[in-house]
Design a protein around this ligand. Sequence first.
Ligand code: FMN
Length: 165
Amino acid sequence: MEKKILIAYGTVAGSTKEVAQAIGEEMENAGALVEIKPVEDVKSIEGYDGLVVGSAVRMFHLLGKTRRFLRKHKKAIANLPVAFFVVCLTMGEEKPENIEKAKGYAKPMLEVKDPVNLGLFGGCINHEKLTDFFGKSMKSVPEQDHRDWNKIRKWGSDTLAKMFE
Ligand SMILES: Cc1cc2nc3c(=O)[nH]c(=O)nc-3n(C[C@H](O)[C@H](O)[C@H](O)COP(=O)(O)O)c2cc1C
């Protein structure tokens, strides 16, 4: 039977949403039924066969709304195959110390459950989309986009396979 997957993402400026959408497309191409929702809109994770939670990183931490999602659904997450991903500028350069830093950002996820897969993806700075107070403070940082769509898409199909292997 078709596997029903929820991809819950935490974003401020939208880049993590686009990563979630690319992962969702790959999972759909592989035959899954996928729902993609902002973490703050998810009421319940009952009725899904698998869960992916993704988050942007700001000021060295997962977004507060992602951490709230993890706390709220902690018990239900225990019963599902789950995968996590983070989107951050640190992963703009994939060197060992940056990978360790990014894994550190993911710690509140890893404390909830051992995932079938952990994605560490480079993020982006798009001045037009940084309209919030803290985002505006990053306007001195040059525009950049480190999202590696091949890596992200492959992670999506690999993750679905790992969830039900
Ligand atoms: C105010 C602000 C703070 C950030 N802090 C960090 C950080 O501490 N570490 C990091 O690796 N990236 C940091 N980033 C980069 C974001 O993780 C990156 O821009 C990401 O793509 C944002 O995701 P979003 O578009 O889904 O909000 C920061 C970005 C902003 C705007």
